[in-house]
Design a protein around this ligand. Structure first.
Ligand code: NAD
Ligand code: G6P
Ligand code: MN
Length: 440
């Protein structure tokens, strides 16, 4: 295979060093001749690049790497575009979380009003990126998008740019599966799952290890311990994530049919989550004091000493998954992954235009969905409500409609009443003046 060109959008992301390492660790089966980092924050991206250059030097010095803020330079003939932007950065994430919590509602990056606010910020910057990629990249390019809130981004982009060559992805199920491998004492590559839902809102319905169904055995573990296992997840190990993994025990005991995605805690245990949160110190603060500070300490340390510590970032499920997916898109045999795709009958009793997260086969032929069939009324009801909330938000963004966005906030399961929804929305409009489409 000829070496590919990959552009990382959001080159200044805390995940960039890990993603670059993941790409280059696969050099024998997935050769890459050039990696480009593109960002609108030149300073942040150049700082992160200090570490990235060391990763390239140590892993595959023959690969060319550069940073740019110019779209043509970034995307010209690019084969793969890995997108991981955070519009408004952690400062806006902190506002999303704290404004919601102040009004007694879940404040979370991608869930509840926090996720809706982040969605309104991200839709149009992502459209711009899709248009620039379409203009400059290899016509057979693939955009693999991690940018959150992936559920809303996927829904909006399908509506606004239906023919874009984009696959929206999430690393959470992969990280959970890695934990399952530890619990079941097997390799994660030997696990196959069935799953349905929207992004950050779904359930595992079956688990096999080399063809043996081990679902019930896993359920027993989750009923007792949640997703906590012996080997801590290298991406999700901080106290709030340990709490989340543990919470799965409570969700599972109440609804023991399927194994939940961790993000379901925000909908099924909303009040407990609010009660357990510190409105003065949210996950955004923990990330700024953790993942971001650790990486930037390494960068600053390198500036002084010219020594870099590769333990200051991780490859994790995040890096591994996106690179395996890209490799599968170049191979005849390919692989099976959970992806966020247009439903079109895959889940028989959910709307055709919902963007569902389900198992898909991926190869040189692109994405081939599996058929999920009918889902139970409880799950369907929850998903329909979440989908309606996300759909109203997307329509609100497109139509500049205050009413549609208020409907989105009101419909969200984390919200108690339209009074609460309106109070949060009105404060968020103020906070997001620079970022949101105008709402009338
Ligand atoms: P970060 O703030 O460290 O990095 C994001 C970068 O995006 C910043 O450097 C910022 O300048 C840049 N950016 C913002 N708007 C841009 C634009 N229009 N064009 C180009 N660059 C732009 O954030 P992070 O914590 O590293 O996360 C990055 C993104 O990846 C977030 O959206 C996060 O939610 C997402 N993520 C998703 C998954 C998933 O499962 N889908 C997993 C992990 C992270
Ligand atoms: C999981 C999710 C992502 C989320 C990430 C980081 O992996 O799938 O969508 O962005 O966690 O969350 P954090 O709170 O650590 O920034
Ligand atoms: Mn995710």
């Amino acid at each position: 295979m000829e070496g590919k060109i990959i552009t990382i959008v959001g080159g200044g992301s805390t995940y960039t060093p890990g993603v670059v390492k993941a790409i280059l660790l696969k050099k024998d089966t997935f050769p890459v001749k050039e990696i480009r980092a593109y960002d609108i924050d030149e300073q942040r991206q150049n700082d992160v690049a200090i570490i990235v250059r060391e990763v390239v030097k140590a892993t595959c010095p023959e690969c060319n790497f550069f940073t740019t803020t110019d779209p043509e330079t970034a995307f010209k003939n690019s084969d793969f575009i890995f997108a991981q932007i955070r519009v408004g950065k952690y400062a806006m994430r902190e506002k999303d979380e704290k404004i919601s919590l102040k009004h007694g509602a879940v404040g979370q990056e991608t869930c509840g009003c926090g996720g809706l606010a982040y969605g309104l910020r991200t839709i149009y910057p992502m459209v711009e990126i899709l248009d620039m990629v379409e203009k400059y990249a290899n016509p057979k390019h693939w955009i693999l998008n991690y940018s959150n809130p992936a559920a809303i981004v996927a829904l909006a982009l399908k509506k606004l740019r239906p023919n874009a060559r984009i696959i929206n992805i999430c690393d959470m199920p992969v990280a959970i599966i890695n934990g399952m491998a530890d619990i079941l004492h097997c390799a994660s590559k030997d696990i196959a799952v069935n799953y349905f839902g929207l992004n950050h809102f779904g359930w595992f319905t079956d688990i096999w290890v080399n063809g043996d169904n081990r679902f019930n055995e896993l359920k027993e573990h989750v009923l007792e311990h949640g997703y906590l296992c012996d080997v801590p997840d290298e991406q999700h190990w901080e106290p709030s994530w340990v709490h989340t993994y543990g919470n799965m025990k409570y969700v599972m005991n109440r609804f023991p049919e399927y194994l939940p995605n961790t993000y379901l805690q925000y909908y099924l245990l909303s009040q407990d989550i609010v009660d357990d949160s510190n409105p003065e110190y949210t996950r955004a603060n923990e990330v700024m004091d953790g993942r971001e500070k650790t990486l930037f300490n390494a960068i600053n340390n390198y500036k002084e000493t010219k020594v870099y510590d590769d333990k200051m970032f991780v490859v994790g499920a995040h890096g591994t998954f996106i690179v395996e997916l890209a490799e599968s898109l170049c191979s005849e045999k390919g692989g099976r992954y959970l992806l966020i795709v247009k439903n079109e009958g895959a889940v028989a009793n959910l709307p055709d235009d919902a963007m569902v997260e389900i198992p898909c086969y991926v190869s040189l032929r692109g994405v081939e969905k599996t058929s999920v069939g009918h889902i139970p009324t409880f799950h369907k009801g929850l998903l329909e409500q979440q989908y309606a909330s996300e759909k109203c938000l997307v329509e609100g963004a497109i139509e500049n409609s205050y009413l549609k966005v208020l409907e989105a906030f009101t419909l969200n399961k984390t919200i108690k009443s339209s009074t609460q929804a309106k109070a949060i929305l009105d404060e968020m409009i103020e906070a997001n003046k620079e970022y949101w489409p105008p709402l009338k």
